[in-house]
Ligand binder design. Structure first.
Ligand code: SF4
Length: 290
């Protein structure tokens, strides 16, 4: 199986906890006005008009895992791992599930950085990979108590849990985290700003939350587009209904994507050249209570 990948970055300290390798998949069904990765949107390789370089190439799961393993020694000690991002990783659901399963099977924690705009079946693929890993004798938690059952469980764990390559340490339990974007709760403006409905995004998020999935919520906030008082109040109220969101992170607008639009011969829909100001970010934080 292959996936269309446009970048792999090692040593990343964003996109999840600890030290990470971020794998960027090409293709996204959204067209966010502020997108800072416009080269990620089309689900096909593209040539940069200024440099001629090709963005996007088919890679196998093993090709990607070879890169991901290079920093494996750093993942467990820092709480890091693999982040599958994009583009929209769930727009390549089979590849994302297979890559996630391969990493989890080697004891590498996985984060999925998603817009949430995908059929529920795409989430099921990666959730199944995690469940399969947890079901293995190696990853089952030890039975409580000090009786024979507990000893048997510990013994099975030691025998079957794969050793982390090169470190000789036991691999951690399968860990799957969703980095989930919330852009705008107003249905009509979400459509206007991103080109798609927010209905499946909210439904998938509620479903993940009800299943107890690990969730970090990310809020891309863009001055004048999705940061009105009503927008912020709606976000705050919605966030208060989630039971399992571990954190909420603001992602203030920055104009770094504008150069990429030019590089790929595209016109940015929103061309503010100034990043969000510290005052804007402070106002958002106060209004959201984060
Ligand atoms: S979801 Fe992300 S990659 Fe897709 S268009 Fe929006 S900002 Fe760009």
């Amino acid at each position: 199986m292959t996936g269309l990948v446009f970048d792999i970055k090692r040593g990343v300290t964003k996109d999840g906890p600890g030290l990470r390798t971020s794998v960027f998949l090409k293709g996204c069904p959204l067209r966010c006005a502020w997108c800072h990765n416009p080269e990620s949107q089309e689900a096909r390789p593209e040539r940069a008009v200024t440099t001629g370089e090709i963005c996007g190439r088919e890679m196998t799961v093993e090709d990607v895992m070879e890169e991901v393993r290079r920093d494996k020694v750093f993942y467990a000690p820092t709480g890091g791992g693999l982040t599958i991002t994009g583009g929209e990783p769930l727009a390549q659901p089979a590849f994302t599930a297979a890559l996630g399963a391969a990493a989890l099977a080697e004891g590498i924690a996985v984060a999925i950085d998603t817009s949430g705009f995908a059929p529920w079946s795409a989430f099921e693929g990666i959730l199944a990979a995690k469940d399969a890993e947890i079901a293995k004798p190696a990853a089952r938690p030890a039975a409580r108590g000090s009786g024979k059952a507990a000893k048997d469980a510990e013994s099975a764990k030691g025998a079957a849990r794969p050793a982390a390559r090169g470190s000789g340490e036991a691999a951690p339990l399968a860990d799957l985290l969703f980095l989930y974007d919330l852009k705008c709760l107003d249905p009509a403006r979400h459509c206007a700003l991103t080109g798609v409905s927010n209905e499946p995004i909210l439904a998938n998020l509620r479903r993940l939350d009800s299943l107890g999935a690990r969730l970090w919520i990310r809020l891309p906030l863009v001055p004048g587009l999705n940061d009105s008082d009503a927008d912020l109040a709606a976000l705050r109220d919605f966030l208060a209904t989630l039971r399992h969101a571990e954190s909420t992170e603001l992602c203030p607008y920055h104009p770094l994507g504008l150069e990429k639009y030019a590089k790929f011969g595209k016109t940015p829909p929103f061309a503010r050249r100034e990043p969000a100001t510290p005052a804007e970010a402070a106002h958002w934080k106060a209004a959201l209570g984060v």
